[in-house]
Design a protein around this ligand. Structure first.
Ligand code: HEC
Ligand code: HEC
Ligand code: HEC
Ligand code: HEC
Ligand code: HEC
Ligand code: HEC
Length: 489
């Protein structure tokens, strides 16, 4: 064979023919290959995530640029060497020379292995960053609250990225930037505790939640019973059975309207919040399917709205805890007592369980030990205390995360109105039109749900299909539920 890759006479040969440029070229080609592969994987994946994007758009291009730099650096160095009259460090391969042949074969095999390893490595890195393990466990301490609550929630089998990033190309850039900031924040221990919400650049629900729950999928009512135990010596039970008017938007499947009215196709509800957590909403604008616009606001709100951020209401304005629900101690203890995991016949157990759960602890272990010793001291000769302790410890580790300051009290839950304003941010009777004639529906306890039954024992067998007046345990009250109820003691 007479093929010869041989530079012409030294001074006229290309300055790129040198080993440094050559290595640069190989690195650049490898990086380009990895980039194309990751790009295709990322684009084809149903759901993308920021970490793959970091790898694809920041990590791999780093190697590409490095390779290109070496390529030109080699040429520059070669030119200087020649200018100084040092002989060319040129790349000469003579296939007739056995040594050159061996070098070339080794090099070609090496390159193939290098490219294959790049492919396997890229693919594995891609799969890993897509997984719940990566999102939830890699930065274990930081994400422990979210991972734990996620695993106990209705979305345990939905991957983190399906809600946090979603599908398609348009969110690449945003998620890439915030993703790399997150990595930085974790690496340098700069993250806030608790992690603040609302997440400012969370993708609109239309492109995440509605991939699985589209508005036409809602229909009918949902029957839920809430069980409570009061804070007296006998832990008096009280229950309320509500028929929640979920409602719907598909007239072929049921009546149109109800709780999901806000998201009916054609309806737009917009609002202004005056605090970061979106708990204070003095101004609401509704545009219906016919284009009619109605503005509701509180009497004291006279601000110039042109300077304020207007948000369009979507699923997350009510379901802001679809996956990370931190039960309040009140709800968790009520639930455990209703299921007999904590025996409701133990005197004062509701009050005592709430007390041990709401003391300050620095770590999960400290909480666990204190819960055991405090309850044992309170019920020294009671065999039932063992189960009670185990249950309360479990409630603590599922819902309280002292290292991250995460618990029910750090994250408002906007579904409901008992311990957070929730629905009553707008449905409080204070939001009216300019002429004060129309009010956003409020005060009617059977507007959003029907009170089917309430009380204890036999009361609960008396169902009232049209709903009944609310009987507040312990007598009537004045004011919003949140004035007195906060989920804690
Ligand atoms: C069903 C959708 C969904 C899934 C699945 C999901 N999240 Fe979330 N996540 C949300 C929503 C909605 C919020 C609150 C957004 C807001 O209030 O702005 C949130 C908030 C967060 C927050 C902010 C702190 C907090 O507790 O609210 C972190 C961190 C987080 N999620 C991490 C994760 C991780 C890690 C996973 C997977 C283990 C995951 N998420 C799975 C929907 C989801
Ligand atoms: C990948 C599909 C998927 C996505 C994305 C998704 N969900 Fe779900 N969601 C489910 C499944 C599955 C269930 C469980 C249904 C069941 O239990 O019957 C569920 C249940 C729910 C429930 C009922 C919970 C309960 O306590 O019964 C709510 C509310 C909900 N999702 C809201 C949301 C919101 C809000 C988002 C967007 C942040 C979202 N989902 C995103 C699949 C999804
Ligand atoms: C005005 C507040 C509000 C908005 C906006 C809202 N929901 Fe709901 N949704 C509720 C309430 C209240 C319930 C019933 C109580 C519960 O699940 O805790 C409910 C129930 C659900 C359920 C369970 C239904 C069932 O039959 O089990 C799903 C799923 C759901 N919503 C998803 C969504 C999605 C997706 C969106 C956005 C398109 C959305 N919701 C918008 C308040 C709202
Ligand atoms: C951002 C403000 C806002 C929040 C928060 C809000 N709503 Fe509404 N809601 C409205 C407005 C505005 C209307 C339309 C008022 C009217 O025309 O009387 C409405 C109407 C309704 C209706 C009547 C629908 C129909 O069929 O006519 C129901 C039921 C309802 N909301 C339930 C809820 C529930 C339950 C929650 C909490 C989970 C909630 N809303 C939270 C603003 C809000
Ligand atoms: C704007 C709609 C709306 C109105 C008006 C309304 N509720 Fe509710 N209520 C809800 C929703 C939504 C929930 C939450 C259901 C859930 O958590 O799944 C709820 C939950 C409850 C609960 C259970 C609370 C808990 O978390 O343990 C009680 C009790 C209750 N409502 C009583 C009332 C009473 C009394 C009134 C009248 C003063 C009233 N509601 C008016 C929407 C409404
Ligand atoms: C003025 C204060 C006040 C207001 C306002 C108030 N409550 Fe209560 N509520 C109480 C007190 C005090 C108890 C008795 C607590 C106990 O014994 O555990 C109680 C008990 C309850 C209970 C029985 C379970 C329990 O925790 O003991 C329910 C359910 C309840 N309230 C619902 C509501 C709802 C829903 C609203 C709003 C519509 C509301 N309350 C408004 C003070 C109030």
């Amino acid at each position: 064979m007479n093929t010869e890759i041989k530079p012409p006479a030294a001074n006229s040969s290309s300055v790129f023919r040198n080993w440094i440029s050559f290595i640069g070229m190989v690195v650049a080609i490898g990086a380009l290959f990895a980039f194309l592969l990751l790009f295709v994987l990322d684009a084809l994946a149903k759901f993308s995530n920021p970490y793959v994007s970091i790898l694809t758009y920041m990590g791999v291009p780093g190697f590409l640029i490095g390779g290109i730099f070496l390529f030109f650096f080699g040429a520059w160095r070669e030119r200087r060497r020649r200018a100084k009259g040092i002989g060319p460090m040129s790349l000469q391969i003579d296939l007739n020379n056995p040594r050159d042949r061996r070098t070339l074969v080794t090099f070609v095999c090496g390159s193939v292995v290098f490219l294959m390893l790049t492919a396997v490595g890229s693919y594995n890195a891609f799969n890993f960053t897509e997984s719940v393990t990566f999102c939830g466990e890699t930065c274990h301490k930081v994400m422990k609250p979210e991972l734990t609550t996620h695993n106990h929630g209705p979305h345990a089998r939905v991957a983190c990225v399906q809600c946090h990033v979603g599908n398609g190309v348009s969110w690449f850039v945003k998620s890439k930037l915030s993703g790399s900031y997150q990595l930085y924040a974790v690496a340098f221990n700069k993250y806030p505790r608790p992690i603040p919400t609302p997440i400012s650049n969370l993708r609109p629900a239309r492109e995440t939640c509605e991939e699985c729950h589209w508005p036409q999928s809602f229909v009918g009512n949902l029957d839920r019973t809430f069980n409570y135990f009061q804070s007296d010596v006998s832990n008096s039970p009280y229950s309320i059975r509500l028929l929640l008017k979920i409602g719907g938007s598909d007239p072929t499947r049921g009546p149109v309207g109800g709780i999901h009215w806000h998201n009916l196709p054609g309806n737009t509800v917009e609002y202004i919040a005056t605090d970061n957590a979106r708990q204070k909403i003095p101004w609401v604008r509704v545009t219906d399917a016919s284009g009619k616009v109605t503005v509701f606001k509180t009497r004291s709100f006279t601000n110039d709205i042109s300077k304020m951020a207007i948000r369009t209401m979507d699923c997350m304005d009510c379901h802001n805890r679809p996956s990370h629900r931190y039960l309040s101690p009140e709800r968790a203890v009520n639930q455990a007592m209703a299921l007999n995991k904590i025996d409701p016949a133990m005197p004062w157990i509701k009050t005592n369980a709430m007390y041990v759960l709401t003391r300050k602890y620095a770590t999960d272990d400290e909480a666990s030990n204190s819960i055991a010793s405090l309850l044992t001291a309170r019920y020294p000769d009671d065999a039932r205390v063992k189960d009670a302790i185990a249950t309360v410890q479990q409630i603590y580790s599922d819902n309280f995360f002292p290292e991250m300051n995460a618990s029910w009290s750090s994250y408002p839950d906007n579904v409901g109105h008992m311990i957070w304003p929730g629905c009553f941010r707008c449905h409080d009777g204070l939001h009216k039109t300019e002429d004060r004639k129309l009010t956003i529906k409020a005060n009617d306890c059977n507007a959003c749900h029907t009170i089917l039954a309430q009380g204890a024992g036999a009361d609960l067998d008396q169902l009232a299909p049209a709903g009944q007046k609310f009987k507040h345990p312990g007598g009537d009250y004045d004011g919003a539920c949140t004035d007195c109820h906060n989920g804690g003691p």
